[in-house]
Design a protein around this ligand. Structure first.
Ligand code: PFF
Length: 448
């Protein structure tokens, strides 16, 4: 029987969970989907989604992990057994494990881009480049399977090495160094951005909602992103919760995680958009916002190289602290269910994910024509996980936490809240979140 690891203290758990939540989702995806969906109005809808769906599901997920003290599959298995609920719930544990494989495979490809840009800014390779050249640089990177493979491999290697070392010796150690560095860099970048001419324009863009821009589609994008950004629905928060001691109350911790994650996303917007506006670029350029528009702005600004290094280092740290949380539930599952050691489990699972990642990176070049349901492999992986699997996992998690756990045992002390707050959480997690999730799944399957 392998022993159950425990976080050294609650603050480390908080840092690790924030590390999981804050990732490419906050620094790469959030700014560009805000840009594509009209700025302030989108942010407002997103904040509602976080409050009404994200936080209740986050509490549910950490609660299940902490109560079960096991990987996502065993968590559902053990608790369903204990509370005489149907074995069918285990399916949500399996969905989580599969989702982890799929997300990390394309996540690592994008993290690889961050690594490549970090190298470029460190060597000042783009110094004096014209906007057209910067654009070509990104296009050339995407066109080169060998380059993409190189950076994807380095990123996966880093992730595997950390997870293989275990919770205390690997994840905790890296997180304790990485997260303070991340906050520091982000603050420096926001201060830098606040000195630029485009700062007030960015503020107005981010915080003056134009309600005419809110549509069903923006609402659904905001909801999907609420799941992705809070690392919900695949057992990452569950497995991190399982390393908490049984008497830790989870609601305040969950609120802190969601609050910090949201703040980081907004600060990332405040670090990026002023530069974009100062340089006279459009905020709506999509996924290449960080890889074409931002570098162009940086190259034209004073100390651009230095801040470019800071930027891509920030992106890399954010991606790495999330990637380890995506690999962890998968590895913990294998470690607990087989005779394999953690090291072997981490390498084995990491290599499988690395292989799936290769098909994701080929989607930008050799396999560009290979389409699944009308999308290339990379977009299919993103779509399937963000729009279908995470919401589905989240649905199972919030229903299980309320209908099974909360109705068959007393979880008030586990949550650490009073009766009224409990009722609000229960209502949101048992009814509101599932209803809204079903809507996203519906959209994911039939509309977009
Ligand atoms: N929350 C991460 C981000 O915003 O980049 C992504 C993520 C991590 C998704 C862990 C899912 C997960 F389980």
């Amino acid at each position: 029987m392998k022993s159950q690891p425990q976080w050294s203290n609650r603050s480390v758990f908080l840092l690790a969970a924030v590390g999981s939540a804050v990732g490419l989702g906050n620094i790469w995806k959030f700014p560009y989907i805000v840009g594509e969906n009209g700025g302030g109005a989108f942010i407002l809808v997103y904040l509602f989604c976080i409050a009404l769906v994200g936080i209740p599901v986050l509490i549910a997920e950490i609660l299940i992990g902490k109560t079960a003290q096991a990987n996502p599959v065993s968590a559902f298995e053990n608790l369903a057994g204990k509370f005489k609920a149907s074995r069918f719930w285990v399916i949500f544990g399996f969905i989580g494990i599969i989702t982890g494989f799929l997300i990390l495979s394309f996540y690592s490809v994008v993290a690889g881009w961050a690594l490549e840009y970090l190298a470029v800014f460190l060597q000042n390779d783009l110094a004096g480049a014209a906007p057209e050249q910067v654009k070509n640089h990104f296009a050339d990177l995407l066109k080169s399977p060998s380059q993409l493979l190189f950076w994807h491999s380095i990123f996966m290697l880093l992730t595997i090495l950390i997870v293989a070392k275990g919770v205390n010796q690997g994840i905790e150690k890296v997180i304790s160094l990485a997260m303070p560095a991340l906050f520091l860099i982000l603050i420096i970048l926001v201060i830098y951005a606040s000195q630029q001419a485009g700062f007030s324009e960015a503020l107005a863009y981010l915080f003056t909602p134009d309600f005419s821009l809110i549509s069903t589609e923006t609402t659904l994008i905001a909801l999907g992103h609420a799941f992705f950004t809070l690392s919900l629905g695949m057992g990452a928060m569950m497995v991190y919760g399982s390393y908490l001691s049984k008497n830790t109350a989870v609601v305040r911790l969950s609120l802190s995680i969601a609050l910090i994650d949201t703040l980081v996303a907004l600060l990332a917007g405040l670090a990026i958009f002023p530069l974009i506006f100062t340089y006279g670029l459009e905020p709506s350029s999509g996924p290449s916002l960080l890889f074409i528009s931002l570098p162009n702005a940086l190259l034209a600004l004073p100390f651009g190289q230095f801040f470019g290094i800071a930027f891509f280092l920030l992106l890399l740290i954010a991606a790495l602290s999330s990637a380890i949380s995506i690999l962890e539930p998968v590895v913990r599952f294998v470690e607990q269910k087989t005779q394999l050691t953690r090291r072997i489990s981490a390498w084995l699972m990491g290599i499988i994910i690395w292989l799936i990642g290769i098909s994701a990176l080929l989607a930008f070049n050799e396999w560009a024509e290979v389409k699944l349901f009308g999308r290339n492999i990379f977009d299919s992986l993103d779509f399937l996980t963000t729009n279908i699997l995470l919401p589905l996992g989240g649905l199972g998690i919030s229903l299980f936490a309320t209908w099974v756990l909360a109705s068959k045992s007393n979880i008030l002390s586990s949550l650490g809240i009073g009766n009224l707050a409990y009722k609000i959480w229960y209502w949101l997690a048992a009814i509101v979140a599932p209803a809204v999730i079903l809507m996203i799944a519906w959209n994911g399957l039939f509309i977009s």
